[in-house]
Write a protein that binds this ligand. Structure first.
Ligand SMILES: Nc1ncnc2c1ncn2[C@@H]1O[C@H](COP(=O)(O)OP(=O)(O)OP(=O)(O)O)[C@@H](O)[C@H]1O
Ligand SMILES: [Mg+2]
Length: 320
């Protein structure tokens, strides 16, 4: 267990005119982990990343990255970090390999080391087959992976990924996730901002939820889910008259009072032994001949957590 922190921020402040983009923001990211920074549009995620990567000056508070002070040791910080989006201008005419070799030379690697690093990174990001094709013909997912590869030329200690999969199709998102996991396996610490709750859940060992420039929660994905209670069993019946019998069947296995939604014809209750509860209720209702439309187990999602913490849904969820 590694107790060292790759990123620490205390009371960060950033104002744009009247707007407090960051308003006392705290963050602690353990070395060698993926840490999720989760929040809706305008919460302050990009501002936090810009301050931590020394692109923007902070107005108050303090932060260290790889043990270096972002305000006083900006140049040293820059030598230890990578940032996606920084190289958004991939050369469309050049191939993937040529792009990476070009970045290698920009970082003064020398021709031979730049070539060797390009080969390694193409392999790592599963781009070897496309290495000698023009970037103009790459898919969105391939570009994003090449972008990640470019930010890894110098194997940074800390990599900032600002919404790395926004706009990608599910398969490309999965490819980017695999690439991020590979980086962390090699020892890089990743701070990943996202509006995708599922993404933070899948990748991060710890998640900071940010809203209006402040951290409003900091926990493991499971810890956040526990905020809104554990697993629940849910039964939807065909007819209202069946509800009392369902309530009775569910109450036998539940950890608490079953709740009923009369309009949705839905009965739900918290359970600890998920599978036993599901089997028991399904069997009872079948034996009693109750017409069941749907029966299942529901894990609370991070959307539920967000609603609980902020009182409002995330934009994506609201739009869905
Ligand atoms: N350069 C700027 N000038 C003025 N206001 C800014 C500037 N940058 C950010 N803001 C404001 O600060 C707040 C935080 O913005 P930020 O870009 O950090 O949010 P975000 O969490 O990255 O949002 P998104 O999910 O949309 O990328 C927003 O209200 C934004 O309008
Ligand atoms: Mg942003």
């Amino acid at each position: 267990m590694n107790d060292a922190y790759a990123v620490r921020a205390e009371g960060l402040e950033k104002r744009y005119g009247e707007k407090r983009a960051l308003d006392g923001f705290d963050l602690a990211v353990r070395e060698g982990t993926v840490h999720g920074l989760l929040g809706p549009n305008g919460a302050g995620k990009t501002t936090a990343v810009r301050i931590l990567s020394t692109l923007v000056r902070l107005d108050g508070g303090r932060a260290t990255v790889a043990g270096l002070d972002v305000a006083r040791q900006a140049r040293q910080v820059r030598a230890r970090i990578g940032l996606t989006g920084q190289y958004a201008a991939l050369d469309e005419v050049l191939t993937g390999r040529q792009n990476l070799e070009m970045f290698g030379r920009l970082f003064h690697l020398g021709g031979r080391r730049a070539r060797a690093r390009a080969v390694e990174l193409l392999e790592r990001f599963d781009l070897t087959d496309a290495a000698d094709k023009g970037v103009g013909g790459y898919s969105g997912g391939m570009r994003r992976r090449l972008d990640l590869a470019a930010s890894m030329i110098l194997a940074p200690a800390v990599l900032f990924l600002d919404e790395p999969t926004t706009g990608l199709d599910p398969r490309s998102r999965g490819d980017v996730w695999d690439a991020v996991r590979a980086l962390v396996a090699d020892g890089t610490t990743v701070l990943l901002t996202t509006q995708y709750l599922e993404e933070a859940d899948k990748l991060a060992s710890r998640i900071t939820v940010i809203d209006q420039g402040r951290a409003i929660a900091d926990d493991t994905p499971d810890g956040l889910k526990n905020l809104v209670g554990g697993d629940r069993i849910e039964v939807v019946v065909a007819e209202r008259a069946e509800i009392p019998r369902v309530v009775k069947a569910v109450a036998r296995v539940a950890d608490g009072e079953p709740e009923t939604n009369e309009t949705e014809l839905r009965v739900h209750a918290p359970v600890t032994d998920r599978v036993a509860a599901l089997t028991d209720v399904a069997r009872t209702l079948q034996d009693e001949g109750v017409g069941v439309e749907d029966i299942g187990l529901r894990r609370p999602s991070l959307d539920d957590v967000f609603l609980r913490l902020t009182g409002h849904r995330t934009e994506k969820e609201a739009a869905a």
